[in-house]
Write a protein that binds this ligand. Structure first.
Ligand SMILES: N=c1c2ncn([C@@H]3O[C@H](COP(=O)(O)OP(=O)(O)OP(=O)(O)O)[C@@H](O)[C@H]3O)c2ncn1[C@@H]1O[C@H](COP(=O)(O)O)[C@@H](O)[C@H]1O
Length: 133
């Protein structure tokens, strides 16, 4: 199914039907939802046996720092690394982002809802519609 952009411009057409059902990206939301549940559980574990608990014990500043580090490593992998290196760094980034959301009490569903809200709205059109200072 092709969806036209919400502003009618046709600038951002989405073809959901063209994506094969076995495509790994289709299962990503489930994977992240499971990871969110695991992180919520492991936050309460011993820092001796759980990386999530160990990182959580260091506080939000450390968790946010890790997100920044993993983002930088993802950029480096994209520019200089292999595809598999990029996959690894992107996974590290998503994992640490999930730990940060958990620390801040922000449900992953809220992030997905925000992406849903943006769906079909061109980034070009959205930026152009922002109030001018
Ligand atoms: N997806 C992950 C995951 N991805 C990366 N990591 C860990 O993230 C850490 C990042 O490595 P770094 O070298 O950057 O960090 P570091 O050296 O420990 O930290 P610094 O003090 O140097 O900043 C490593 O220890 C990785 O093993 C993860 N640890 C856990 N998970 C998931 O979380 C679940 C719970 O894990 P535990 O809490 O450890 O039981 C696991 O079953 C997984 O599903």
């Amino acid at each position: 199914m092709i969806e036209a952009a919400a502003d009618g411009s046709g600038a951002q057409a989405l073809d959901h039907a063209a994506r094969p059902p076995h495509c790994p990206s289709m299962s990503s939301p489930d994977t992240l939802a499971r990871l969110e549940a695991t992180i919520a559980e492991r936050r309460l574990a011993s820092p001796d046996t759980s990386y999530v608990a160990k990182l959580t014990a260091k506080g939000v500043e450390k968790i946010a720092q890790k997100v920044g580090e993993e983002a930088t490593e993802t950029v480096i992998a994209a520019l200089t690394g292999s595809s598999s290196a990029l996959v690894g760094e992107a996974a590290d980034l998503l994992f640490h982002m999930m730990v940060l959301l958990g620390e801040k009490g922000v449900p992953f569903a809220d992030v997905l809802a925000e992406l849903d809200r943006r769906e079909g709205v061109s980034g070009i059109a959205e930026k152009a519609a922002r109030p001018k200072d």
